[in-house]
Design a binder for this molecule. Structure first.
Ligand code: SF4
Length: 144
């Protein structure tokens, strides 16, 4: 992104921080922001990019609050007993979680047919993000 910070605006910085020019992920406008991470909480400054011209909506402004939310999921949770939706959720590794998803997609296709599993995306589902999803053979990807 080549947008610059609005004049008179300085991104917060400190000895353990890192500022990245990026965009808000929440809708198709992809408003430009500079996010400073490292010290908590992370902070952001809107960029003067073509879509937002230095502004953000309330969803964008509050985006970094989610990073420190006490109920934020930071690790996968899976059912203690696979396939039993009444069993408690327990932490798992990413490999186990992905293996379970792949197995569930396979079981569903075997039972109901190849075309019963799809993926819905929105304006922030970029080509780069959708590419790994499309690698699932025959998966229908719908951009809404
Ligand atoms: S700041 Fe608001 S309008 Fe901009 S991309 Fe995020 S959600 Fe969309």
């Amino acid at each position: 992104m080549s947008a610059a910070l609005p004049s008179g605006t300085a991104a917060p910085a400190g000895p353990r921080t890192r500022t990245t020019e990026t965009h808000c992920p929440y809708c198709s406008l992809q408003c430009g922001t500079a996010v400073t991470a490292g010290d908590r909480p992370a902070t952001l400054v809107p960029l003067d990019s073509p879509t937002n011209r230095g502004g953000l909506c309330s969803k964008g402004w509050s985006a970094t609050e989610l990073l420190d939310h006490p109920e934020r999921l930071t690790r996968p949770l899976v059912r203690a007993v696979p396939g039993d939706r009444t069993s408690p959720l327990v932490q798992a590794g990413w490999d186990e979680a992905f293996d379970r998803v792949v197995a569930a997609i396979g079981r569903t296709r075997a039972r109901y047919g190849r075309d019963v599993v799809g993926c819905f995306g929105g304006g922030s589902l970029t080509r780069v993000r959708v590419y790994p999803v499309r690698e699932v053979e025959g998966l229908l990807v719908v951009d809404v």
